[in-house]
Design a protein around this ligand. Structure first.
Ligand code: SAM
Length: 214
């Protein structure tokens, strides 16, 4: 990774340990160029990692977030950062931080920031996706929604990356684990790697019930 981008990613707030960041880039390097979609931008830490590979591969990365944080980012929860609260709205506001990271990394031509909820975007999204990184809301309903709504646009051979997947419930919440189990049970995906809580799956041609219903 370009050392300047690495430094920017290292100084960007977020939730991606170094080994998972390295694995994210290594997996992305095997994806075809075309359109890549990240769900869960936050301050764009993972976006800088993915964007650096997207630029090298000639891919375009869309990163989707409403930028008001997940449940665990709100006041009173473990992952709340009070310096991210916008005094105008009183809400968590990560968009300016993400813009700065993408600007500083020189990735503005490679990355499109899409501001909205996955529920707003899913109904009109039609583009085929070559890489999907699921790192948004970790409640069961929304995690399942995001998987169902966007994985259907993955082309055969495309990559599905899921973050915060914990086999042992004592290590973290169930929804990302359940999403990976659902993807594997569909017969449409094979698992290629596991690094910490990051899983890389690849879409097969799979002619299964869930797959053929698409
Ligand atoms: C775990 S953080 C993403 C971390 C980021 N990928 C990183 O590397 O630091 C999850 C993000 O999902 C966003 N999010 C939660 N629910 C969402 C929804 N329904 N639609 C869009 N974004 C959502 C939150 O605003 C939050 O920024």
């Amino acid at each position: 990774m370009d050392p300047r981008l690495r430094e920017i990613a290292d100084h960007t707030r977020g939730f991606l340990p170094d080994d998972e960041a390295d694995a994210l880039r290594a997996a992305a390097a095997t994806a075809r160029p075309g359109l890549w979609l990240e769900i869960g931008t936050y301050c764009a830490k993972s976006t800088v990692h993915l964007g650096s590979v997207a630029r090298d591969r000639g891919a375009h990365l869309v990163t989707l977030d409403h930028h008001h944080g997940s449940e665990e980012n709100q006041e009173g929860w473990d992952y709340h950062d009070s310096s991210l609260v916008d005094p105008h709205t009183g809400l968590l506001e990560t968009l300016p931080h993400a813009r700065h990271a993408i600007h500083d990394a020189g990735l503005e031509q490679t990355v499109t920031l899409l501001v909205g909820s996955t529920q707003q975007v899913a109904p009109w999204w039609t583009s085929p996706i070559e890489l999907l990184f699921l790192d948004g809301n970790h409640t069961e309903d929304v995690a399942q929604h995001d998987y169902a709504a966007f994985s259907r646009h993955l082309t055969p051979g495309a990559l599905l990356l899921v973050h915060d997947v914990f086999e042992d419930p004592r290590d973290g919440g169930r929804p990302p684990w359940n999403v990976v189990q659902r993807a594997l049970a569909s017969g449409d995906f094979v698992q290629e790697s596991v690094t910490g809580s990051l899983r890389a799956l690849r879409r097969t041609d799979g002619d299964t019930e869930e797959g053929s219903a698409r």
